[in-house]
Design a protein around this ligand. Structure first.
Ligand code: URA
Length: 204
């Protein structure tokens, strides 16, 4: 039986890295932030979600996905019995909010990458969900757009299974639930994620 408990030394490393992140001035976003947003949910070795960057509310609270998009994300997880309190470690490609929520610049992603690498390398989660194009580009070189790659499994770091999924803010802009719509596709994807999760961890 595989042990999926996160060791205390790994939790300590994540805490120390979070402290460094809170003081980071490696790119100009460090001067603009209210709070940096290192992670949310629960550190675990099974399921991680990587998003894009903090928005207004995340910057205010220092927690990822706490605005409207985050509330939808919680509902999507809840629809298959996952919760951020028990099942998912949540982080972003950038730990500080870009002005007006613009896309992260390459130099910002480069400056922030070490934090994401430590998060992935410390937890080595078996499943990584790449939420939206920015997260996809951080892990899959030359990836096509999210509508082409969502719902497919890719090989990720440390043997992880990785799946690109739509960003919840995209779903908020596309309200239809008809067959083939983004919301409908997300429903297919989250069920597939639950299926693979159950299969991987059936003995743990
Ligand atoms: N969008 C993201 O990608 N991450 C957040 O934390 C909030 C909104």
């Amino acid at each position: 039986m595989t042990d999926y408990l996160v060791k205390q030394e790994d939790l300590d490393l994540l805490e120390r890295t979070k402290d460094r992140c809170n003081n980071c001035q490696k790119c100009p976003l460090g001067l603009l932030r209210t709070k940096s947003v290192f992670s949310g949910g629960v550190p675990n070795k099974k399921l991680m979600l990587v998003g894009e960057a903090p928005g207004y509310w995340e910057d205010q609270k220092g927690e990822p996905f706490v605005g409207k998009a985050g509330q939808l994300l919680d509902k999507i997880f809840a629809s298959v019995g996952f919760s951020r309190q028990n099942d998912v470690y949540i982080c972003n490609t950038l730990k500080c909010r870009p002005p007006d929520n613009r896309n992260p610049l390459p130099e910002e992603k480069d400056a922030c990458r070490e934090f994401l690498d430590i998060q992935v390398g410390t937890l080595k989660p078996r499943i990584i969900l790449l939420c939206g194009n920015i997260a996809v580009q951080s892990f899959i070189e030359g990836a096509r757009g999210i509508t082409k790659v969502r719902g497919q499994w890719f090989d990720g770091p440390y043997g992880a299974k990785m799946m690109p999924i739509f960003h919840p803010s995209y779903l908020l802009r596309n309200d239809s639930r008809e067959k083939g719509s983004p919301k409908w596709l997300m429903w297919q994807d989250i069920q597939e994620i639950r299926r693979v999760y159950d299969e991987l961890f059936k003995d743990s």
